[in-house]
Design a protein around this ligand. Structure first.
Ligand code: 13P
Ligand code: SF4
Length: 341
């Protein structure tokens, strides 16, 4: 891999390190990554220092595409376990390192492979669509995965007469059903504790306090339906209200000319949005919406991983081969940008 210069310390947001500490830590991260032939990938919910030092920061689909295509020898994944596992499934010959294996996901925990097998047995012939926030074992039982940025396109790719089982996120499931108009979709009742906690009451309070703000909502949010109901009733202007993946939010933020934007998703994204546009004020819909799993990846743990090579992800070959079909089918669908609806 070619050495890339250490990224500058962006003058925005919530760093816990001083500029000098950041500078020497970031230089060491990039030096070790070059030495190992590693690419550092970071999800948009990571802490600011990690978003800034990573070679690539983005949403789930974008990072999966990078993991599938990189020519680096190693992938150091700053995100949660299912994301690193997906990178390993896509690049089985590469070493994939996750700085803390305890970084799980409450949404991925909401369905097991055994539960999915039982559900499939009740619906013979149905096409199984699983959100990428699932374990490798669940992906191995899946026909096609999706992320928040291509879920509607994935559903549209399935013949209209086929029954669909969608798991595990009930709010994303309800959203794709609404967007695609498909009725023959059964939806698993799983949820992410962070996004489910962004409530209709939060939305009402923040809209009342910021009546002219643009609104960006992640489709995993418990408030998605209420926001779209406000659009349907004419209480919110449709042109100022969008349901997007975190990558779609980054694109929308970069292009926004609004004075204020209300953001309904995990609060780590705010650093990315503020870095992309410092003329707009980005305000969380719920300032307590932090994912404790994403925050388990700390600057110190990233450095430790790069120094020691500890934290390799292993997926057994049989499971990986079955899961790969579903993940590769997902990667082939949707625009290869940083994310959209
Ligand atoms: P995206 O970045 O794909 O929108 O996913 C959000 C998420 O919750 C990942 O855990
Ligand atoms: Fe999982 Fe929710 Fe955390 Fe995303 S924010 S990693 S869906 S628990």
């Amino acid at each position: 891999m070619t050495a890339i210069a250490v990224p500058p310390a962006a003058a925005v947001g919530n760093r816990t390190m001083s500029p000098a500490e950041y500078g020497s830590w970031a230089a060491e991260v990039r030096r070790l990554a070059d030495e190992r032939g590693a690419v550092v990938l970071a999800h948009n919910y990571q802490v600011p220092e990690i978003q800034d030092v990573a070679h690539v920061t983005g949403d789930s689909l974008y990072l999966s595409r990078v993991a599938a295509q990189t020519d680096a020898r190693e992938i150091v994944f700053c995100g949660v376990h299912f994301m690193a596992e997906t990178a390993k499934i896509l690049s089985p010959d590469k070493t994939v390192l996750l700085p803390d294996h305890a970084a799980g996901c409450s949404l991925a925990d909401s369905i097991t492979a055994e539960q999915l097998r039982e559900w499939k047995a009740e619906h013979p012939g149905a096409v199984v669509v699983s959100y990428v926030n699932t374990t490798a074992a669940v992906k191995a039982e899946t026909d096609i995965c999706c992320t928040s940025s291509n879920a509607a396109d994935v559903i549209r790719s399935i013949p209209a007469d086929r029954e669909i089982l969608f798991c595990p996120d009930q709010f994303l499931g309800a959203h794709v059903k609404r967007v695609t108009g498909r009725q023959n979709i059964s939806i698993w009742a799983g949820e992410c504790h962070v996004h489910a906690g962004i409530s209709p009451a939060d939305v009402r309070a923040q809209i009342a306090a910021h009546p002219d703000a643009e609104i960006l909502v992640h489709p995993e949010c418990g408030c998605t339906t209420s926001v779209l109901d406000l659009v349907s009733s004419g209480d919110l202007p449709a042109e100022r209200t969008r349901v997007l993946s975190t990558g779609g939010m980054a694109d929308a933020a970069a292009a926004s000319t609004a004075a204020q934007v209300l953001v309904a998703t995990e609060i780590g994204i705010l650093h990315q949005l503020r870095s992309l546009n410092d003329a707009t004020e980005f305000i969380p819909m719920n300032a307590r919406a932090a994912c404790r799993y994403m925050k388990m990846i700390t600057p110190a743990k990233l450095l430790h991983t790069l120094r020691t090579g500890e934290g390799a992800i292993d997926v057994d070959a049989g499971t990986a081969a079955r899961a790969r079909r579903a993940v590769e089918a997902m990667i082939a669908i949707g625009e290869p940008g940083r994310g959209g609806e």
